[in-house]
Write a protein of this length. Structure first.
Length: 404
Protein backbone atom coordinates (compact mmCIF):
# COMPACT_ATOMS: atom_id res chain seq x y z
CA UNK A 1 0.00 0.00 0.00
CA UNK A 2 1.22 3.48 -0.82
CA UNK A 3 1.91 5.39 2.39
CA UNK A 4 4.02 8.36 1.50
CA UNK A 5 4.88 10.28 -1.68
CA UNK A 6 7.23 13.17 -2.43
CA UNK A 7 6.06 15.68 -5.01
CA UNK A 8 8.72 17.98 -6.44
CA UNK A 9 7.69 21.38 -7.73
CA UNK A 10 10.95 23.34 -7.94
CA UNK A 11 9.51 25.99 -10.25
CA UNK A 12 6.58 27.23 -8.20
CA UNK A 13 4.81 26.68 -4.91
CA UNK A 14 1.35 25.08 -5.03
CA UNK A 15 0.22 27.65 -2.47
CA UNK A 16 1.03 30.66 -4.72
CA UNK A 17 -1.96 32.53 -6.13
CA UNK A 18 -2.48 31.38 -9.72
CA UNK A 19 -3.11 33.72 -12.64
CA UNK A 20 0.17 35.59 -13.09
CA UNK A 21 3.95 35.15 -12.99
CA UNK A 22 4.97 31.51 -12.65
CA UNK A 23 1.71 30.49 -10.98
CA UNK A 24 -1.06 28.94 -13.05
CA UNK A 25 -2.73 25.66 -13.73
CA UNK A 26 0.20 23.57 -12.48
CA UNK A 27 -0.10 25.11 -9.01
CA UNK A 28 -3.80 24.27 -8.92
CA UNK A 29 -3.02 20.78 -10.19
CA UNK A 30 -0.28 19.96 -7.67
CA UNK A 31 -2.34 21.36 -4.81
CA UNK A 32 -5.46 19.45 -5.92
CA UNK A 33 -3.54 16.20 -6.33
CA UNK A 34 -1.80 16.57 -2.96
CA UNK A 35 -5.12 17.26 -1.22
CA UNK A 36 -6.91 14.27 -2.70
CA UNK A 37 -4.00 11.90 -2.04
CA UNK A 38 -3.85 13.09 1.57
CA UNK A 39 -7.61 12.60 1.85
CA UNK A 40 -7.01 9.00 0.72
CA UNK A 41 -4.64 8.48 3.63
CA UNK A 42 -1.32 9.03 1.80
CA UNK A 43 1.20 11.33 3.49
CA UNK A 44 2.26 13.94 0.90
CA UNK A 45 5.19 16.32 1.04
CA UNK A 46 5.44 18.87 -1.76
CA UNK A 47 9.00 20.17 -1.99
CA UNK A 48 9.37 23.56 -3.63
CA UNK A 49 11.77 26.51 -3.79
CA UNK A 50 11.78 29.15 -1.09
CA UNK A 51 10.76 32.13 -3.21
CA UNK A 52 10.58 34.64 -0.36
CA UNK A 53 13.79 35.07 1.67
CA UNK A 54 11.70 35.61 4.81
CA UNK A 55 9.34 32.83 3.83
CA UNK A 56 8.10 30.04 5.99
CA UNK A 57 9.94 26.73 5.82
CA UNK A 58 7.23 24.14 6.26
CA UNK A 59 3.50 24.72 5.83
CA UNK A 60 1.04 22.16 7.18
CA UNK A 61 -1.68 22.63 4.57
CA UNK A 62 -4.08 19.87 5.54
CA UNK A 63 -4.04 16.63 7.44
CA UNK A 64 -1.40 14.56 5.61
CA UNK A 65 -0.33 17.33 3.22
CA UNK A 66 2.57 19.68 3.86
CA UNK A 67 4.65 21.98 1.69
CA UNK A 68 8.38 22.08 2.41
CA UNK A 69 10.26 25.12 1.09
CA UNK A 70 13.92 24.58 0.26
CA UNK A 71 16.36 27.51 0.24
CA UNK A 72 18.06 27.72 -3.14
CA UNK A 73 20.92 29.79 -4.50
CA UNK A 74 19.89 32.78 -6.61
CA UNK A 75 18.75 31.73 -10.12
CA UNK A 76 21.60 31.43 -12.60
CA UNK A 77 23.41 28.12 -12.33
CA UNK A 78 20.89 25.34 -12.92
CA UNK A 79 23.33 22.66 -11.71
CA UNK A 80 23.83 24.42 -8.38
CA UNK A 81 20.05 24.69 -8.08
CA UNK A 82 19.55 20.98 -8.71
CA UNK A 83 22.28 20.03 -6.24
CA UNK A 84 21.02 22.30 -3.50
CA UNK A 85 17.43 21.20 -4.03
CA UNK A 86 18.34 17.51 -3.86
CA UNK A 87 20.45 18.04 -0.75
CA UNK A 88 17.63 20.06 0.84
CA UNK A 89 15.09 17.31 0.23
CA UNK A 90 17.48 14.63 1.54
CA UNK A 91 18.26 16.68 4.66
CA UNK A 92 14.60 17.31 5.41
CA UNK A 93 13.40 13.76 4.75
CA UNK A 94 16.36 12.29 6.69
CA UNK A 95 15.58 14.45 9.71
CA UNK A 96 11.87 13.62 9.49
CA UNK A 97 12.55 9.90 9.04
CA UNK A 98 10.39 10.02 5.91
CA UNK A 99 10.44 6.92 3.71
CA UNK A 100 8.85 7.51 0.34
CA UNK A 101 7.19 4.97 -1.92
CA UNK A 102 7.43 7.20 -5.01
CA UNK A 103 9.00 10.50 -6.09
CA UNK A 104 6.83 12.40 -8.59
CA UNK A 105 8.22 15.51 -10.32
CA UNK A 106 6.18 18.32 -11.85
CA UNK A 107 7.55 20.38 -14.77
CA UNK A 108 10.89 20.03 -16.51
CA UNK A 109 12.80 21.94 -13.79
CA UNK A 110 11.91 19.23 -11.29
CA UNK A 111 12.99 16.50 -13.71
CA UNK A 112 16.67 16.14 -12.83
CA UNK A 113 16.12 16.53 -9.08
CA UNK A 114 13.50 13.78 -9.34
CA UNK A 115 15.82 11.41 -11.22
CA UNK A 116 18.63 11.97 -8.72
CA UNK A 117 16.34 11.66 -5.69
CA UNK A 118 14.74 8.51 -7.06
CA UNK A 119 18.26 7.01 -7.29
CA UNK A 120 19.48 8.30 -3.93
CA UNK A 121 16.32 7.18 -2.08
CA UNK A 122 16.06 3.94 -4.08
CA UNK A 123 12.42 4.57 -5.03
CA UNK A 124 10.55 4.74 -8.36
CA UNK A 125 10.32 8.06 -10.15
CA UNK A 126 7.37 9.48 -12.11
CA UNK A 127 7.20 12.79 -13.96
CA UNK A 128 4.43 15.06 -15.28
CA UNK A 129 5.65 17.85 -17.56
CA UNK A 130 2.49 20.01 -17.69
CA UNK A 131 3.95 21.71 -20.77
CA UNK A 132 6.59 20.47 -23.18
CA UNK A 133 9.19 22.82 -24.68
CA UNK A 134 9.06 21.37 -28.20
CA UNK A 135 5.26 21.46 -28.29
CA UNK A 136 5.20 25.02 -26.96
CA UNK A 137 7.62 26.02 -29.74
CA UNK A 138 5.39 24.61 -32.48
CA UNK A 139 2.76 27.37 -32.45
CA UNK A 140 4.51 30.10 -30.48
CA UNK A 141 3.88 33.66 -31.61
CA UNK A 142 6.86 35.03 -33.60
CA UNK A 143 7.88 37.43 -30.79
CA UNK A 144 7.61 34.88 -27.97
CA UNK A 145 11.06 33.46 -27.08
CA UNK A 146 11.41 29.73 -27.78
CA UNK A 147 11.91 27.18 -25.01
CA UNK A 148 15.63 26.92 -24.16
CA UNK A 149 17.89 24.13 -25.39
CA UNK A 150 18.60 23.26 -21.75
CA UNK A 151 14.88 22.69 -21.21
CA UNK A 152 14.50 20.50 -24.27
CA UNK A 153 17.63 18.47 -23.50
CA UNK A 154 16.42 17.99 -19.91
CA UNK A 155 12.98 16.88 -21.08
CA UNK A 156 14.56 14.35 -23.49
CA UNK A 157 16.83 12.95 -20.80
CA UNK A 158 14.13 12.74 -18.14
CA UNK A 159 11.63 11.12 -20.54
CA UNK A 160 14.24 8.53 -21.49
CA UNK A 161 15.03 7.64 -17.85
CA UNK A 162 11.83 8.10 -15.80
CA UNK A 163 10.00 5.06 -14.49
CA UNK A 164 6.76 6.60 -15.72
CA UNK A 165 5.88 9.69 -17.74
CA UNK A 166 2.36 10.94 -16.98
CA UNK A 167 0.41 12.74 -19.72
CA UNK A 168 -2.74 14.71 -18.90
CA UNK A 169 -4.56 13.87 -22.11
CA UNK A 170 -4.29 11.48 -25.08
CA UNK A 171 -3.00 14.47 -27.08
CA UNK A 172 -0.10 14.99 -24.66
CA UNK A 173 0.67 11.26 -24.76
CA UNK A 174 0.81 11.47 -28.57
CA UNK A 175 3.09 14.52 -28.35
CA UNK A 176 5.44 12.66 -25.99
CA UNK A 177 5.65 9.82 -28.51
CA UNK A 178 6.02 12.02 -31.57
CA UNK A 179 8.31 14.77 -30.33
CA UNK A 180 10.30 12.94 -27.62
CA UNK A 181 10.20 9.29 -28.73
CA UNK A 182 8.83 8.33 -25.30
CA UNK A 183 8.67 4.62 -24.55
CA UNK A 184 4.95 3.66 -24.77
CA UNK A 185 5.51 1.05 -22.03
CA UNK A 186 6.43 3.79 -19.54
CA UNK A 187 3.77 6.28 -20.60
CA UNK A 188 0.47 6.68 -18.81
CA UNK A 189 -2.44 9.10 -19.03
CA UNK A 190 -4.33 10.80 -16.23
CA UNK A 191 -6.25 14.06 -16.59
CA UNK A 192 -6.52 16.30 -13.53
CA UNK A 193 -9.83 16.94 -11.83
CA UNK A 194 -11.94 19.98 -11.15
CA UNK A 195 -13.04 20.81 -7.63
CA UNK A 196 -16.78 20.48 -8.14
CA UNK A 197 -17.51 21.76 -4.64
CA UNK A 198 -16.15 25.10 -5.85
CA UNK A 199 -16.94 25.02 -9.57
CA UNK A 200 -20.64 24.47 -10.24
CA UNK A 201 -23.38 26.51 -11.91
CA UNK A 202 -24.82 29.48 -10.06
CA UNK A 203 -26.93 32.57 -10.55
CA UNK A 204 -25.50 34.90 -13.20
CA UNK A 205 -26.99 38.07 -11.77
CA UNK A 206 -25.61 37.40 -8.29
CA UNK A 207 -22.20 36.62 -9.78
CA UNK A 208 -22.16 39.85 -11.78
CA UNK A 209 -23.19 41.85 -8.76
CA UNK A 210 -20.35 40.32 -6.73
CA UNK A 211 -17.88 41.45 -9.41
CA UNK A 212 -19.43 44.91 -9.72
CA UNK A 213 -20.48 44.29 -13.32
CA UNK A 214 -23.52 46.36 -14.17
CA UNK A 215 -25.74 45.56 -17.12
CA UNK A 216 -27.33 42.45 -18.52
CA UNK A 217 -25.60 42.41 -21.91
CA UNK A 218 -23.35 39.58 -23.07
CA UNK A 219 -20.12 39.04 -21.13
CA UNK A 220 -17.09 37.30 -22.62
CA UNK A 221 -14.47 36.10 -20.12
CA UNK A 222 -10.76 35.42 -20.56
CA UNK A 223 -9.07 34.05 -17.43
CA UNK A 224 -5.41 33.16 -17.07
CA UNK A 225 -1.83 34.31 -17.22
CA UNK A 226 -1.22 37.05 -19.74
CA UNK A 227 1.50 35.94 -22.14
CA UNK A 228 1.50 35.31 -25.90
CA UNK A 229 1.01 31.57 -25.42
CA UNK A 230 -2.44 32.15 -23.93
CA UNK A 231 -3.72 34.15 -26.93
CA UNK A 232 -5.29 37.15 -25.20
CA UNK A 233 -4.42 39.14 -28.36
CA UNK A 234 -6.68 36.80 -30.35
CA UNK A 235 -9.43 37.05 -27.72
CA UNK A 236 -9.39 40.87 -27.76
CA UNK A 237 -9.44 41.03 -31.57
CA UNK A 238 -12.32 38.54 -31.59
CA UNK A 239 -14.18 40.55 -28.99
CA UNK A 240 -13.73 43.72 -31.09
CA UNK A 241 -15.70 41.98 -33.87
CA UNK A 242 -18.36 40.70 -31.45
CA UNK A 243 -18.67 44.14 -29.84
CA UNK A 244 -19.45 45.70 -33.22
CA UNK A 245 -22.66 43.71 -33.49
CA UNK A 246 -23.48 43.65 -29.74
CA UNK A 247 -23.34 47.24 -28.50
CA UNK A 248 -23.98 46.12 -24.90
CA UNK A 249 -21.34 43.35 -24.84
CA UNK A 250 -18.50 43.49 -22.29
CA UNK A 251 -15.30 41.54 -21.87
CA UNK A 252 -13.62 40.67 -18.58
CA UNK A 253 -9.93 39.71 -18.47
CA UNK A 254 -8.81 38.10 -15.20
CA UNK A 255 -5.09 37.53 -14.74
CA UNK A 256 -1.72 39.22 -14.77
CA UNK A 257 1.64 39.33 -16.54
CA UNK A 258 3.55 36.09 -16.90
CA UNK A 259 6.65 34.87 -18.72
CA UNK A 260 9.45 36.81 -20.35
CA UNK A 261 7.15 39.02 -22.39
CA UNK A 262 4.51 39.31 -19.67
CA UNK A 263 4.61 43.01 -18.66
CA UNK A 264 5.15 44.07 -22.28
CA UNK A 265 2.23 41.85 -23.30
CA UNK A 266 -0.10 43.42 -20.73
CA UNK A 267 0.89 46.89 -22.01
CA UNK A 268 0.36 45.73 -25.61
CA UNK A 269 -3.10 44.39 -24.71
CA UNK A 270 -4.09 47.68 -23.06
CA UNK A 271 -2.92 49.51 -26.21
CA UNK A 272 -4.83 47.12 -28.44
CA UNK A 273 -8.02 47.62 -26.42
CA UNK A 274 -7.61 51.41 -26.65
CA UNK A 275 -6.87 51.27 -30.40
CA UNK A 276 -10.07 49.29 -30.99
CA UNK A 277 -12.03 51.87 -29.00
CA UNK A 278 -12.93 49.30 -26.33
CA UNK A 279 -11.49 50.90 -23.22
CA UNK A 280 -14.98 51.22 -21.70
CA UNK A 281 -15.94 47.70 -22.64
CA UNK A 282 -12.96 45.54 -21.70
CA UNK A 283 -12.22 45.37 -18.00
CA UNK A 284 -8.88 44.06 -16.73
CA UNK A 285 -8.90 42.49 -13.28
CA UNK A 286 -5.74 41.51 -11.43
CA UNK A 287 -5.44 37.81 -10.61
CA UNK A 288 -8.28 36.69 -8.37
CA UNK A 289 -7.98 34.22 -5.50
CA UNK A 290 -8.82 30.82 -6.94
CA UNK A 291 -12.08 30.59 -5.00
CA UNK A 292 -13.33 33.81 -6.65
CA UNK A 293 -13.07 32.28 -10.11
CA UNK A 294 -16.48 30.54 -9.96
CA UNK A 295 -18.19 33.95 -9.80
CA UNK A 296 -16.22 35.11 -12.85
CA UNK A 297 -17.30 32.04 -14.84
CA UNK A 298 -20.92 32.26 -13.71
CA UNK A 299 -21.05 35.92 -14.68
CA UNK A 300 -20.01 35.06 -18.25
CA UNK A 301 -22.01 33.99 -21.31
CA UNK A 302 -18.93 32.54 -22.97
CA UNK A 303 -15.37 31.79 -21.86
CA UNK A 304 -12.74 32.20 -24.56
CA UNK A 305 -9.46 30.25 -24.49
CA UNK A 306 -7.47 30.81 -27.71
CA UNK A 307 -4.20 29.31 -26.37
CA UNK A 308 -1.46 28.65 -28.90
CA UNK A 309 -0.49 25.59 -26.87
CA UNK A 310 -2.20 24.02 -23.86
CA UNK A 311 -1.35 20.68 -22.29
CA UNK A 312 -4.61 20.63 -20.33
CA UNK A 313 -6.50 23.91 -19.85
CA UNK A 314 -8.04 24.02 -16.38
CA UNK A 315 -9.86 27.27 -17.15
CA UNK A 316 -11.90 25.50 -19.82
CA UNK A 317 -12.70 22.60 -17.50
CA UNK A 318 -13.66 24.90 -14.62
CA UNK A 319 -15.84 27.07 -16.89
CA UNK A 320 -17.68 24.00 -18.14
CA UNK A 321 -18.17 22.80 -14.57
CA UNK A 322 -19.90 26.14 -13.93
CA UNK A 323 -22.16 25.49 -16.92
CA UNK A 324 -20.54 28.02 -19.25
CA UNK A 325 -19.84 27.28 -22.94
CA UNK A 326 -16.20 27.57 -24.01
CA UNK A 327 -14.77 28.77 -27.32
CA UNK A 328 -11.23 27.39 -27.50
CA UNK A 329 -8.42 26.71 -29.94
CA UNK A 330 -8.28 23.15 -31.21
CA UNK A 331 -5.00 22.32 -29.45
CA UNK A 332 -3.81 19.87 -26.80
CA UNK A 333 -6.01 19.48 -23.76
CA UNK A 334 -8.56 22.06 -24.89
CA UNK A 335 -9.61 19.73 -27.69
CA UNK A 336 -10.07 17.01 -25.06
CA UNK A 337 -12.10 19.16 -22.66
CA UNK A 338 -14.39 21.01 -25.08
CA UNK A 339 -16.74 18.89 -27.16
CA UNK A 340 -16.96 20.82 -30.40
CA UNK A 341 -20.53 21.92 -31.15
CA UNK A 342 -21.84 20.45 -27.87
CA UNK A 343 -20.16 22.23 -24.93
CA UNK A 344 -18.76 25.10 -26.97
CA UNK A 345 -16.73 25.40 -30.14
CA UNK A 346 -13.19 24.48 -31.12
CA UNK A 347 -11.55 26.83 -33.58
CA UNK A 348 -8.69 25.92 -35.94
CA UNK A 349 -5.80 28.36 -35.95
CA UNK A 350 -5.67 31.84 -34.43
CA UNK A 351 -7.60 34.03 -36.85
CA UNK A 352 -9.80 36.17 -34.57
CA UNK A 353 -12.63 35.94 -37.13
CA UNK A 354 -13.13 32.25 -36.31
CA UNK A 355 -13.39 32.97 -32.58
CA UNK A 356 -15.72 35.92 -33.18
CA UNK A 357 -18.00 33.76 -35.33
CA UNK A 358 -18.14 31.03 -32.67
CA UNK A 359 -18.83 33.50 -29.84
CA UNK A 360 -21.41 35.23 -32.04
CA UNK A 361 -23.26 31.97 -32.67
CA UNK A 362 -23.62 31.32 -28.94
CA UNK A 363 -24.70 34.88 -28.15
CA UNK A 364 -27.23 34.95 -30.99
CA UNK A 365 -28.98 31.72 -30.08
CA UNK A 366 -30.27 31.40 -26.49
CA UNK A 367 -31.47 27.83 -27.10
CA UNK A 368 -28.00 26.79 -28.29
CA UNK A 369 -26.39 28.62 -25.34
CA UNK A 370 -28.69 26.80 -22.88
CA UNK A 371 -28.05 23.37 -24.39
CA UNK A 372 -24.28 24.02 -24.40
CA UNK A 373 -24.41 25.14 -20.78
CA UNK A 374 -26.14 21.89 -19.78
CA UNK A 375 -23.78 19.75 -21.87
CA UNK A 376 -20.75 21.59 -20.47
CA UNK A 377 -21.75 20.85 -16.90
CA UNK A 378 -22.46 17.22 -17.76
CA UNK A 379 -19.11 16.78 -19.50
CA UNK A 380 -17.23 18.25 -16.56
CA UNK A 381 -18.24 15.25 -14.44
CA UNK A 382 -15.54 13.23 -16.21
CA UNK A 383 -12.84 15.46 -14.69
CA UNK A 384 -12.95 14.52 -11.02
CA UNK A 385 -10.15 14.49 -8.45
CA UNK A 386 -11.53 11.27 -7.06
CA UNK A 387 -11.00 9.47 -10.39
CA UNK A 388 -7.55 11.09 -10.68
CA UNK A 389 -6.62 9.78 -7.21
CA UNK A 390 -7.72 6.25 -8.16
CA UNK A 391 -5.51 6.35 -11.26
CA UNK A 392 -2.47 7.71 -9.41
CA UNK A 393 -2.83 5.26 -6.54
CA UNK A 394 -2.88 2.36 -8.95
CA UNK A 395 0.04 3.83 -10.92
CA UNK A 396 2.14 4.28 -7.76
CA UNK A 397 1.20 0.78 -6.51
CA UNK A 398 2.36 -0.69 -9.80
CA UNK A 399 5.63 1.24 -9.74
CA UNK A 400 6.32 0.40 -6.09
CA UNK A 401 5.54 -3.29 -6.67
CA UNK A 402 7.90 -3.32 -9.67
CA UNK A 403 10.67 -1.86 -7.53
CA UNK A 404 10.28 -4.35 -4.64
N1 LIG B 1 -6.63 31.26 -11.96
C1 LIG B 1 -6.87 31.82 -10.71
N2 LIG B 1 -6.95 33.18 -10.60
C2 LIG B 1 -6.84 34.00 -11.69
C3 LIG B 1 -6.65 33.42 -12.97
C4 LIG B 1 -6.54 32.04 -13.07
O1 LIG B 1 -7.00 31.11 -9.72
O2 LIG B 1 -6.93 35.20 -11.53
C5 LIG B 1 -6.51 29.80 -12.07
C6 LIG B 1 -7.65 29.15 -12.85
O3 LIG B 1 -8.77 28.98 -12.01
C7 LIG B 1 -6.99 27.86 -13.30
C8 LIG B 1 -5.51 28.22 -13.44
O4 LIG B 1 -5.34 29.49 -12.79
O5 LIG B 1 -7.15 26.86 -12.32
C9 LIG B 1 -5.06 28.34 -14.88
O6 LIG B 1 -4.92 27.07 -15.38
P1 LIG B 1 -4.86 26.73 -16.94
O7 LIG B 1 -4.61 25.26 -17.05
O8 LIG B 1 -6.06 27.24 -17.64
O9 LIG B 1 -3.63 27.58 -17.49
P2 LIG B 1 -2.06 27.53 -17.17
O10 LIG B 1 -1.80 28.55 -16.11
O11 LIG B 1 -1.73 26.13 -16.73
O12 LIG B 1 -1.41 27.90 -18.45
Amino acid sequence: MIQRVAYLSVHTCPLARPGSGDAGGMNVYVDGLARIMAARGVQVEVFTRQADPDGVGVVEVADGYRVVHIDLPPPGDPYATVNRFVEGVLDWSGAAGARYDVVHSHYWLSGWPGLVLGDRLGVPFAVSFHTLGRVKNLNRRHDDPPASLLRIATEEDVIARAGCVVASTPAEAAELLEHYRADPERLCMSPPGVDHRLFHPGDRRTARASLGIAGTGPLVLFAGRVQPLKGLDVAVEAFARVAASHPDALMLVVGGASGERGPAEVAAMLDLVAERGLAERVRFSPPMPHDHLPAAYRAADVVVAPSRSESFGLVAAEAQACGVPVVASRVGGLAHIVEDGATGFLVDGWDPAGYAAAIGRILADPALAASMAAAAEERSARFSWSATADRFLSLYEGMAAGAR
